[in-house]
Design a protein around this ligand. Structure first.
Ligand code: ZN
Length: 337
């Protein structure tokens, strides 16, 4: 496993008391260190601007570069250091993909600020630039024909969706809670124009957890990835679908998270020679961040799985079955579901 991390990711701060806080990353780092899973991070390469221009409009990048400190919106702030740190996070995603492509080993990109709410020309939801979209574009640029982004953050990645909606070379599949921020990503949103069918939304009701996600992976995610045949998988991983999370009300346990991650790793091994990167998005309970982070790092390092803290099963009856059924209804004309 390649570990992507930089001290400046911890220095990035919104404002005191903000949920997207430095302690999030420190919790993962400390948990990995305690389990002997922390290793020297890979030096981060800068992202070529011409590559970034496929993801964000150059005028948007210039606009942020010239922004002074202050509030960009009600929950996203800007400081003098934010541009450089957000650029370095993009560089982390870029470096992780390139490392994985050259070695066949997975990368774990522990990045801040997160990225999946940043669109072609907009920021939002604590995000400025889209790390996962840039990761997928990097794989394309390096010669991979088809890429899949699987987003298991509790929030819909509206930015990633808007960047990729009209493309069929990069499929975007998101599982998220319906009815919370940012309000986008209904089950019947299948993308636009040439990209129709290559945007997949599993919008799930409050309370959905382990058995619903398992059902969604059985009936939607795996069959679609089987059909799409990606040569590279990017996972937007947010730990905020965990039952411990204070910002949302889905109910994945730590073993539930790890089984989804294992399925994605297995899919990557079977279909794309193990080429998979995990890019950190949200997650606001420090215990859940550490618990899932350690399990994931052990999995990617092929080390023995440590025991986990949060293993209660809160959904054993497929509470989100209607959400999964709506997605199947919307997607069945495009895929063998
Ligand atoms: Zn989130």
């Amino acid at each position: 496993m390649h570990l992507i991390y930089h001290e400046s990711f911890v220095e990035h701060e919104q404002w005191p008391g903000h949920p997207e806080r430095p302690e999030r990353l420190m919790a993962i780092k400390e948990a990995l260190e305690a389990h002997g899973l922390w290793k020297g991070p890979v030096p981060i390469e800068p992202v070529p601007r011409e590559l970034l221009a496929h993801i964000h409009q150059p005028s948007y990048i210039e606009r942020l570069k010239n922004t002074g400190p202050g509030f960009l919106d009600a929950d996203t702030a800007w400081a003098d250091s934010t541009f450089d740190t957000a650029m370095r996070a993009l560089g982390g995603a870029y470096t992780g993909v390139r490392k994985t492509l050259t070695t066949g080993q997975p990368s774990l990109c522990l990045l801040r600020p997160p990225g999946h709410h940043a669109g072609p020309d907009y920021f939002g939801g604590f995000c400025y630039f889209n790390n996962a979209a840039l990761a997928a574009e990097t794989a394309r640029h390096e010669g991979v024909e088809r890429v899949a982004i699987v987003d298991i953050d509790v929030h819909h990645g509206n930015g990633t969706r808007d960047i990729m909606a009209a493309r069929r070379d990069i499929l975007y599949l998101s599982t998220h809670q319906w009815g919370i921020y940012p309000g986008t990503g209904p089950n019947d949103d299948v993308g636009e124009d040439e990209g129709e069918g290559y945007t997949v939304n599993l919008a799930l009701p409050s309370g959905s957890g382990d058995s619903t996600y398992s059902d969604a992976f059985d009936k939607v995610a795996e069959p679609i990835l089987d059909d799409h045949k990606p040569g590279f998988i990017v996972v937007s991983i947010g730990m905020d679908a965990h039952y411990m999370d204070p910002l949302a009300t889905l109910s994945l346990s730590t073993p539930g998270y790890l089984s989804l991650c294992q399925r994605l790793v297995d899919m990557a091994k079977e279909r794309c020679s193990g080429k998979i990167v995990f890019v950190l998005e949200g997650g606001y309970d420090l215990g859940a961040l550490g618990d899932v982070g350690v399990g994931l790092a052990a999995m990617l390092s092929e080390k023995e799985m440590p025991s986990v803290k949060y293993d209660m099963i809160r959904d054993d009856s497929v509470r989100g079955a209607d959400g999964v059924a709506s997605t199947i209804h919307a997607q069945k004309e495009y895929w063998s579901l």
